[in-house]
Design a binder for this molecule. Structure first.
Ligand code: NAI
Ligand code: OAA
Length: 331
């Protein structure tokens, strides 16, 4: 049985993400959890003639049944931004939501891969880590912040500039998932050497603040949902491809604790500093999640500058998330 649970499944991301996951042959049970509306979403999806069984659960009383024995738990639960807000402004409400879902996952599905979409990702991933530590079930190879949308956006925006096929263009994006902590490594992309410094700076800024572009266009009705569902499905299916089907060479940039591969992390820390605990890095996925943290590769002078601008904010976000559990919540 390969059970995947989506927490926040009735939401703007949750519904299209569940639809995309329903198409996978690798999933045998798609479990949908939310605090509202999941029976309807589950009934609707359950009529689609693909492999997985679909079940819906609503409210915390049904959370154990929803989450137990999952291979993967994907978390797009929580509130989205409105214009004028930062992702960090979501911390107080989403921190508590992610904490409670992490507690359920630690109790009822301690071996699952946890894919965190809820913002602020830079802080919500440390929240999950600290909860899993408190329950004695922590494995850093299995907890992921989903930053795939940054990579998807980068491929689209850069391909528009250099005339490449967007779906084929690999653009590494490392660091975190908010504004200046998002670090696209455009110098590593074939075809970008023809771009001027000004073009590089502009497209870098667009990748860093792509989320704001959608928040402004939606004008109070939320943030990216459809592109995030696409990115979240890609990431989840890549985890399953490596872990369930055993395919080797599956690489994605994702925000992880660098303890997930201490050997691989040495090369990262030599570039970003010893005191950075979490970073979005290129990861080779395997049967246990993170199999190998790959090096960042060469950074241009401009990318070095982006890195130095990212670290202070990232470190603050990490401490804020971790201390929400270690100094705040007791359970
Ligand atoms: N990692 C990334 O790249 C991205 C992250 N996001 C984040 O994803 C989150 C969700 O965004 P949307 O789907 O647009 O929001 P939404 O408001 O449309 O949906 C969120 C869903 O979560 C549910 N929910 C609330 N509390 C819950 C709980 N305790 N347990 C289970 N479900 C609960 C709500 O009922 C709702 O159905 C936001 O925090 C947003 O900032 C959004 C886009 C990209
Ligand atoms: O911008 C937001 O709040 C949602 C998000 O994380 C993104 O679209 O990258």
């Amino acid at each position: 049985m390969v059970k995947v649970t989506v927490c926040g499944a009735a939401g703007g991301i949750g519904q299209p993400l569940s639809l995309l996951l329903k198409q996978s042959e690798l999933i045998t049970h798609l479990s949908l959890f939310d605090i509202v509306n999941t029976p309807g979403v589950a009934a609707d999806l359950s009529h689609i003639n693909t492999k997985s069984k679909v079940t819906g659960y609503v409210g915390t009383a049904q959370l154990e049944e929803a989450i137990k024995d999952s291979a993967v738990v994907v978390i797009p639960a929580g509130v989205p931004r409105k214009p004028g807000m930062t992702r960090d402004d979501l911390f107080n409400i989403n921190g508590g939501i992610v904490r409670d879902l992490a507690i359920a996952a630690a109790k009822f599905s301690p071996k699952a891969f946890i894919c965190v979409i809820s913002n602020p990702v830079n802080s919500t991933v440390p929240i999950v880590t600290e909860v899993f530590k408190q329950f004695g079930v922590y494995d850093p190879r299995k907890i992921f912040g989903v930053t795939t949308l940054d990579i998807v956006r980068a491929s689209t925006f850069v391909s528009e500039l250099i005339g490449a096929e967007a779906s084929q263009l690999q653009v590494p994006v490392v660091g975190g998932h908010s504004g200046v902590t998002i670090i696209p490594l455009l110098s590593q992309v074939v075809g970008t050497s023809a771009l001027s410094e000004d073009q590089i700076a502009k497209v870098t800024h667009r990748i860093q603040f792509g989320g704001d572009e959608v928040v402004q266009a939606k004008n109070g009705a939320g943030s990216a949902t459809l592109s995030m569902a696409f990115a979240g499905a890609r990431f989840t299916l890549n985890i399953l491809e490596a872990a369930i089907r055993g395919t080797s060479g599956v690489v994605e940039c994702t925000y992880v604790h660098l303890d997930a591969d201490k050997e691989g992390a040495k090369a990262i820390k030599s570039v970003v500093g010893d005191d950075i605990e979490y970073f979005s890095v290129p990861v080779e996925l395997g049967i246990n999640g993170v199999q190998k943290i790959k090096p960042l590769g060469n950074l241009s002078e401009y990318e070095q500058k982006l890195l130095s601008e990212a670290t202070a904010e990232l470190k603050g976000n990490i401490v804020k998330g971790a201390s929400f559990i270690t100094e705040g919540s007791k359970f």
